[in-house]
Design a protein around this ligand. Structure first.
Ligand code: FES
Ligand code: FES
Length: 134
């Protein structure tokens, strides 16, 4: 069996929503200390909804594919729905990732949460800190 699914290869070679949103309402940056990969997620939020999302990932193919898929999963969704997206959903949507590459998808989940947290912080919106990564 091939190591990577066609969907992973597609999102790696043609990542969706790549780039920066200069006037983003929330920006989240997370990194993996072990592999050194960094993922940055930009959100444009209106009426509690993710109007636009873009990402920049300096990392492996799985991290790029995971962030690309994550942006597709949350675009147009409410903040609540975006926060409910798990790394497992990202992996499932990609048709799977090799076990040792699962942490790349965790980065995608964490970058969404970090960006929403940043949005909450900027707007003094109270939230349950235990539900967000540091
Ligand atoms: Fe090399 Fe992620 S470990 S790019
Ligand atoms: Fe570290 Fe993919 S190898 S994020």
């Amino acid at each position: 069996m091939a190591l990577y699914t066609e969907t992973v290869m597609d999102h790696f070679t043609h990542p969706r929503n790549v780039g920066e949103i200069p006037d983003a309402d929330g920006v989240g940056e997370v990194g993996n200390a072990k592999c050194g990969d960094i993922m940055k997620m930009y959100l444009k939020i209106k009426d509690d909804r993710i109007e636009d999302v873009k990402f920049e990932t300096f990392g492996c193919g799985s991290a790029i594919a995971s962030s690309s898929m994550a942006t597709e999963l949350i675009k147009g969704k409410t903040i609540e729905e975006a926060l409910a997206v798990t790394n497992k959903q990202v992996v499932d949507a990609l048709g799977g990732l090799p076990a040792y590459k699962l942490h790349c998808s965790v980065l995608a989940e964490e970058s969404i949460k970090a960006a929403v947290k940043n949005y909450y912080d900027r707007n003094n919106i109270p939230y349950d800190h235990s539900k967000f990564p540091d």
